[in-house]
Design a protein around this ligand. Structure first.
Ligand code: TGC
Ligand code: FAD
Length: 401
């Protein structure tokens, strides 16, 4: 990748709304990225290798559990700081943001919100420093958008439970020290269990062959009569609402993160368009190039306003799940469109690894699907405004057709 010259676009002076702490957090993250990640990310991406050595650095800059209180080893930052960190990480690579947001929102968050004091003390400090890595197992081979149907289950056995089933598409899985696994008890109620590396019958093989998120490691979680102590069950909440509330936090981070990828694509396309000459003028002089750039900055600015307001609502504890869905869906959508337009502005150079645009585009194809697909989020908005769930209906009888 060419030298990282990134500066963030700020057409509506959004920085005036940030506190000094917000700006310091953003600068620290950006400096760390430029020094440690930008020079190596293309190489790791091409080799489909996970830059595991960066995990401790993520801990040092406060990117693992940014809003986890200091008493549990976190930096105790607010939600806008969390968002800004995700934005800086993903403007470099979605896979890096994934590592951080899974650890923060899908592992540390449920332990912090629903764990026992013993579970919190055991895991949160290690996860915050990057000494331990975690993953979140909700999706199964036959249950992606519809996690309520999950098959993974456990049965009581004295002081333990016996866990069986399988999860797939799990970020960080093969290298995780602890997996937050969602499974049904004998009555069919969903609970979170902390399944630890090395437990007998528990394996986490890597899933290979991804054309997207290549610098993030993904795997399966397989449970073959795994004996899990009852003290590893998260006691604070059960039911599908428990994992879905973790998704709220992760989707919030993704809304900021995907916007970061869009901002990086725009920044590179704008710079390139002023430097590249065709027909004796910079390509930025062509009306069609200006149209592309003007539309990009308009969408970025709208998404920045949406995201900042969502951060304020989340700081006040008022953001609804449906509001978060709208931001996740919108920001990933505009980021994908901007990456495609930016790629065109760079012409042939846009497909090379000299620029991060094509990598962003490929990464965003995962981001638009995970944490609720583009269409699932549209239907969540539809459900919220009409009061009618499109997810709950009888299967029509097609036998006579
Ligand atoms: P439904 O009947 O609507 O809800 C069941 C219960 O959950 C409550 N609830 C929520 N609670 C907290 N936060 C939310 N966002 C919630 N949404 C719903 C709801 O009130 C209800 O509670 P109760 O007490 O009445 O039982 O559930 P449903 O089965 O109809 O499903 C709704 C649907 C489709 C929206 C939901 O299943 C969904 O969001 N599906 C998408 C699945 C998904 O996003 N999976 C993500 C897996 S993790 C991942 O992708 C990580 S990638 C990370 C990375 O690498 O960065
Ligand atoms: P499906 O649910 O089979 O959907 C296929 C298509 O059908 C989609 O277009 C979808 O929008 C559409 N569809 C489904 N239901 C409806 C409906 N009711 N109405 C209209 N359209 C519908 N999961 C985890 O638990 N933990 C992780 O860490 C994790 N990391 C991931 C990392 C990567 C790289 C990827 C790609 C996925 C990851 N996932 C993870 C899984 C991810 O959350 C699922 O892929 C996602 O929820 C969609 O599920 P699915 O792939 O089974 O697609």
């Amino acid at each position: 990748m060419a030298t990282d010259l990134y500066t963030h676009p700020d057409y509506y002076n959004m920085d005036d709304l940030l506190s000094e702490e917000h700006k310091m957090v953003r600068t620290a993250t950006r400096d760390w990225i430029k020094q440690n990640v930008s020079p190596i990310i293309e190489d790791y991406y091409e080799r489909a290798a996970f830059p595991e050595h960066l995990v401790k650095g993520l801990g040092e800059i406060g990117a693992l559990g940014p809003y986890i209180p200091e008493e549990y080893g976190g930096p105790g930052l607010d939600q806008i700081s969390y968002g800004l960190i995700m934005q800086e990480l993903e403007r470099c690579d979605s896979g890096l943001r994934s590592t951080s947001s899974v650890q923060s929102s899908l592992v540390m968050y449920p332990i912090w919100r629903y764990g026992s004091e013993e579970q919190k003390k055991k895991w949160l400090p290690k996860l915050a420093s990057g000494e331990a890595l975690g993953c979140f197992g909700l999706t199964e081979p036959d249950y992606g958008s519809n996690p309520a149907g999950m098959i993974t289950n456990f049965k009581a056995d004295g002081d333990h439970v016996i866990l069986n089933g399988a999860k797939m598409w799990i970020s960080n899985a093969p290298l995780s020290d602890v997996a937050v696994v969602w499974a049904k008890d004998e009555s069919g109620r969903i609970h979170g269990l902390l399944v630890e590396k090395g437990m007998e019958g528990f394996t986490a093989p890597e899933m290979k062959g991804k054309h997207s998120l290549r610098a993030s490691i993904t795997g399966e979680l397989i449970f073959d009569n795994v004996k899990v102590p009852k003290s590893n069950i998260l006691p604070g909440r059960s039911g599908l609402g428990a994992p879905l509330s973790c998704l709220d936090s992760a989707r919030f981070g993704i809304a900021w993160g995907a916007l970061g990828a869009a901002m990086d694509c725009y920044d590179q396309a704008l710079r390139y368009s002023k430097e590249r000459t065709q027909f004796d003028v910079p390509i930025a002089a062509f009306q069609l190039t200006q149209k592309k750039l003007a539309e990009m900055i308009t969408e970025i600015t709208k998404a920045q306003l949406l995201t900042f307001r969502l951060g304020q609502l989340r700081n006040e504890g008022k953001a609804t799940s449906a509001q978060i869905s709208m931001a996740k869906r919108n920001n990933v959508d505009i980021a994908l469109k901007i990456s495609r337009e930016a790629r065109q502005i760079l012409g042939g150079m846009g497909i090379t690894n000299e620029y991060s645009i094509m990598r962003h585009m490929a990464n965003l194809e995962s981001v638009v699907t995970y944490e609720g697909t583009h269409d699932i989020h549209l239907l969540i908005t539809g459900m919220d405004i009409t009061g009618i769930s499109s997810f709950k209906r009888e299967m029509p009888d097609l036998s006579d057709m």
